[in-house]
Design a protein around this ligand. Structure first.
Ligand code: ZN
Length: 134
């Protein structure tokens, strides 16, 4: 098991704190533009589609597809349990999220395979957004 006390973890900012607060409750939320309605990830001050500053945080489905992945056998730090699956997931709402695929047999991984969010608790403050095959 990965030793989360020994690996770099996300450091929430004023902008990203709502995301991490929701993740701690097992909910996946994203910013959604108040002008054009586009969802975005990672948290941004402006909409990357229309440059509007208006946004709200909205809970999303947690469903998507496997956009790309690689199986990591040599981790950058010994504290990471290997092998692990580093992936990009395309959410139903549109954004791509760099993440880890957990609880899934590696031989079942395939581009476009359906996935769902599965949080992985790192510590009291950080509940990492991971995904599994659905
Ligand atoms: Zn917009």
């Amino acid at each position: 098991m990965t030793d989360f006390a020994q690996v770099p973890l996300p450091r929430p900012t004023a902008l990203s704190q709502p995301f991490w607060d929701a993740a701690n409750e097992g909910r996946l939320i994203l910013q959604r533009c108040g002008a054009c309605g586009v969802y975005r990830w990672t948290p941004q001050i402006l909409c990357t589609a229309c440059l509007s500053e208006e946004f709200s945080w909205e809970e999303v489905s947690g469903r998507g597809t496997l956009y790309s992945y690689t199986i990591v056998h040599r981790a950058p730090l010994a504290a990471f349990e290997t092998p692990y699956v580093l992936a990009t997931v395309e959410l139903e709402e549109g954004p791509l999220m760099l993440t880890q695929i957990v609880e899934s047999a590696h031989e079942r991984l395939a581009v476009d395979a359906p996935v769902e969010v599965a949080f992985t608790r790192a510590n009291e403050a950080i509940n990492l957004y991971t995904f599994r095959l659905s």
